[in-house]
Design a protein. Structure first.
Length: 136
C-alpha cells in the first residue's frame, strides 16, 4: 500500500496547523510564550479572533481533503494529479491561514486562498468521479 502523496501533504498541513496553533496560544497570552514579548504587550481582540478563525478554517477543510486524497491514492489515482491537487489546496490553505493569523485583512490573500482551496477540492472530486464512473 503506497500512500506517499497523502503522507506528504498530511505532514505539511500538520506542521502549518501547529504554527497556527502556537499563534493562537501566543495571542491568548500563554505563559509559555510571554518571554518573547514585552510586559505591556496589548493584543487587539480582532487580532485574536482572526487567528482563531484562520486556525479553525484549516481544521474545517483539511480533514475531508486528506481523507479524499487517501482514498483516491488507495484507488490508484494518478500520483501527479494528486500532487497537483495537494499543491493547489495547500497553497490556498497557506494563503488563507497566513492572512488571518498574521496579517491585516487582505482581500487578495483571502479570496485567492479560498479559491485555491476550492480548486484543490474540486480537482479531487473530479478525479473521484472519474474513478467511480469507470467502475460502474
Amino acid at each position: 500500500m503506497n500512500i506517499e502523496v497523502t503522507l506528504f501533504y498530511t505532514t505539511i498541513i500538520s506542521i502549518f496547523l501547529l504554527v497556527l496553533s502556537v499563534r493562537v496560544i501566543d495571542l491568548r497570552g500563554s505563559p509559555v510564550t510571554k518571554f518573547m514579548h514585552t510586559a505591556e504587550r496589548k493584543i487587539e481582540e480582532q487580532t485574536l479572533e482572526r487567528a482563531i478563525r484562520g486556525h479553525g478554517n484549516l481544521i474545517e477543510y483539511a480533514p475531508l481533503f486528506l481523507i479524499l486524497m487517501f482514498i483516491l491514492e488507495l484507488s490508484g489515482a494518478s500520483t501527479q494529479l494528486l500532487y497537483l491537487s495537494g499543491l493547489i489546496f495547500t497553497l490556498g490553505r497557506f494563503m488563507h491561514g497566513i492572512v488571518y493569523a498574521f496579517m491585516k485583512p487582505n482581500l487578495f490573500m483571502r479570496i485567492g486562498g479560498m479559491s485555491l482551496t476550492f480548486l484543490g477540492m474540486i480537482s479531487l472530486i473530479l478525479i473521484a468521479m472519474q474513478i467511480f464512473f469507470k467502475t460502474i
